[in-house]
Design a protein around this ligand. Structure first.
Ligand SMILES: NC(=O)c1ccc[n+]([C@@H]2O[C@H](COP(=O)([O-])OP(=O)(O)OC[C@H]3O[C@@H](n4cnc5c(N)ncnc54)[C@H](O)[C@@H]3O)[C@@H](O)[C@H]2O)c1
Length: 262
């Protein structure tokens, strides 16, 4: 099936490392132009350069999704450089796994700022442009934690649940303008160091939590008995973003080997 993405213009927030990088490169493989908005500018440049090798426009724009000014600036730059924006993917995310009672407030605040405010900022920043054009597709990356709650991920799970409800509400309000919003929820999807910049979770504390032994234990809890890859997530994101999913809005798709079935 041709996804009809050739020539479309895409902005991937947090598009530099791991899942975001796979999403950026998969859109580029479908011949869409991709702007990578990420606060890890070095890794974003690397991903943008790999995008251009696929014969489309690739551009890295340093962005902090927690900052409204930064997100607005990136959206403006993307529209100036590409002429328009058809698709936004809100992929930037961050968490540290610890029991609720053991986490300092600074970590909760960082989780809320990136996982919830980051998505609010991204959606709000592209909406006027999409409403004016009477078309647009927004995919936000949730988590199965946001559907079922997850041990040691209380505030992060709350943010991802918020992303799911926010998406449904904005989809209800803006469907009449031809704008679709959906959420894709990964299960555990470890990153390969080659695909992860310095700011990736997989170079920080999360890598120590999800050791190979912990990953093996997690697999056993998944009906398909395997973990997802960044490419698994990217395939679903690119499909649901495309017009081939043109009658799908306000939905939440788990790509997690059956970990949740809701
Ligand atoms: N990998 C998993 O197991 C898993 C599971 C469920 C959900 N998710 C979600 O998938 C998404 C991607 O996760 P990942 O594993 O690829 O993480 P990652 O840390 O490897 O990549 C996240 C990317 O977002 C960027 N980023 C983080 N904060 C940012 C900010 N404030 N402004 C701009 N960019 C920022 C990082 O630089 C990085 O490029 C996240 O939303 C995460 O919550 C991941």
């Amino acid at each position: 099936m041709d996804l009809g993405l050739a020539g479309k213009n895409v902005l991937v927030m947090g598009g530099a490392s791991n899942i975001g990088r796979a999403i950026s490169l998969t859109f580029a493989g479908e011949k869409a132009n991709v702007v990578v908005g990420d606060w890890d500018d070095q890794q974003a440049e690397k991903t943008a350069s790999d995008i251009t090798k696929l014969g489309v426009k690739g551009l890295a724009v340093k962005t902090d999704v927690t900052s409204w000014d930064s997100v607005q600036g990136t959206v403006k730059k993307a529209i100036d450089e590409l002429g328009s924006l058809d698709i936004l993917v809100n992929n930037a995310g961050w968490a540290i796994d610890r029991l609720f009672t053991e986490k300092p407030r600074s970590e909760w605040e960082q989780e809320v700022a990136i996982n919830y405010w980051g998505v609010i900022n991204g959606i709000r920043a592209v909406l006027d442009h999409m409403i004016e054009r009477k078309t647009g597709s927004i995919v936000s990356i949730g988590s199965d934690a946001g559907r079922m709650g997850e041990y040691r991920e209380a505030v992060y799970a709350g943010c991802k649940g918020g992303v799911i409800a926010l998406t449904k509400a904005v989809a209800r309000e803006n469907g009449r303008f031809g704008i679709r919003l959906n959420v894709v929820c990964p299960g555990l999807t470890p990153g390969k160091l080659d695909d992860c910049g310095e700011k990736s979770l997989w170079r920080g504390e999360e890598a120590d939590v999800f050791t190979p032994e912990a990953q093996d234990r997690a697999k056993k809890g998944y009906p398909l008995r395997k973990l997802g890859t960044p490419q698994d997530i990217a395939n679903s994101v690119v499909f649901i973003a495309s017009e081939r999913a043109g009658h799908v809005t306000g939905q939440t798709l788990s790509v997690s080997g059956g970990y949740t079935m809701m």
